[in-house]
Design a protein. Sequence first.
Length: 620
Amino acid sequence: YSVARWDGSSWDTLGSRISGCVGGLCVPGVFNLLVQGTELYAVGAFTSIGGVAANAAAKWDGMGWVPWGTGFGGTNVNVSGLVMHNAQIYASGSFQTAGGMPAQNMAVWNGSDWEPFSGANRNVQRILSDGSSLYAAGDFTTIGGTPANRVARWDGSWTPLGTGVTSDIFDAVLTGIDLLVSGQFVQAGSAPAITVARWDGLQWSALNVGHQNGMNLPLGVVRALHVYDESLYAGGDFNGAGPEIRSRIARWDGNSWLALGSGIIGPSGHRVRAITDRAGSIYAGGTFTNAGGVIASNIACWNGANWSALGVGVNSNVHALAADDDYVYAGGAFTRAGGSPANRFAWWDGVSWSTLGSGANSNVNALLVWNGRLIVGGQFTSVSGFPINKLAEFTPFMALPWRPVGPDVFPPGGNVLALAANGTDLYVAGNFVIPAISATNVVKWDGASWSAVGNGLLGRTTAPINALALRGHELFAAGTLTNASGLPVQAIAKWDGTNWHALGSGVQMIPSNPTVSALAVYDNALFVGGLFNRSGGRPSVCIARWIADIPLQIVGLSYTLDEFRLQAQTVPGLKLRLDGSSDLNTWTALYRRDSYSEMAELIDPAPPSDRRIYRVVAEP
């Protein structure tokens, strides 16, 4: 019950059952402890502890709990900071009274009760002491009347620590001369510092430079992936990619994350949901009103140097984008494009928006250019007045531009969320059951008939599949998956043409459940985006790369004074590298080649006269 003691062999509850909150909605809890001699002090959000009335502050005297003064009051009281400094105890948090007197989120114990100390305009999550100074950290912007962005030092008066951090601090600790803070921020001072930062007494710096795993903030969710011109583009809700600030869209060049100008700008609800390319430019769609400082309504274009709007854009969410040589196609929940009626589907020719007929009667969620045709998937049951259910084929400016894809097999209540195609095979996935062909949530059209893909896929939500991708003959499906034709999976699965397989341990979201929203094949590896914080058991925030286990074996070698040759048995399509070392610690790349068959030969054209140790590496 919120406080416990470990004596070396067992736990003791300290009779500490708590209840109630002071002055409003909160979760009862004990949020900080301080030990002084034989006494234990506790603060938090409670009105009683161990059956004793106490307003967010109590003391354990070895036998039971007693109130610690008259405690704290106000609305949504939460006392979270507690420290001894210069023989006095200081408390901080979110409260409006201390010891019965007005107090603005900070207080000091005077020996008999609490009294106000200084004051901050918002929550002070932590208050710390280095022996000579006090440090305060939280979500305040002024403290003791001094402007300070969420962190400050007290030496008789408050001093801000540089320009502070950009958003809330959840915790802080002093170590040596450094103050370390963690929270929801993306910048500390002038340094990009995503969620963790260090103050060394003079300036701010990132604690994790070069070691940021994936995306971050506000949720870090990756909702779209797109490959273009040897780069991978990612879009979503994130404000950081790797160790740098990248607002909702970023480009991975194979080595690092790069910005697209200042990205998509706006409040936390703004996001990128879809990305495509046309004529050397990148197009981003989603939910936003500003791209790189340019007013852009839910869709914008990046030409490599600047953002631009597509006319007046569309009036609601863009869920999907696709492009061919002539047009950029957009689908979603909008009802107007370029200021004119356009129900959930429209196209941009580089100058203006167009649409045909009355559009779709419900959301468009997926678009795919396939064999010169545009395939449109969604929740609709009619398009331009024609009964077309969930899946349509569209050709601009034809007498009958809308046509169904094959015979209608989708149930009225279903939903198409993802499309992928390989040669003559079109894969369709989402939320549907087709009993006639025993298909569950994923189905294949080969140009002549529909067929099931194994025994289907199941997930923990009503929309189990959000994304599809193809690599050669392999089909990858992802979403909230838990079961692939009877095989337990974790958000993602692979179809090899005959059976479904798990991708290792999949992705995880601890302590919740993962969701994969986007897939893309880049540099022969599968990239996975969504809402998760681990992949294959490793830290990986909302983006990960899957590389299958690769058979690679050294099977032969030959040596002369002028040349060393090594034969490696592997699989076609790999990039192989021959490394050399003299001490097994430092390795030097000597030779690279692509593997076009199951046997590859690698050469060291200048072997040393004494010794060299060799290894063969399959590069990503």
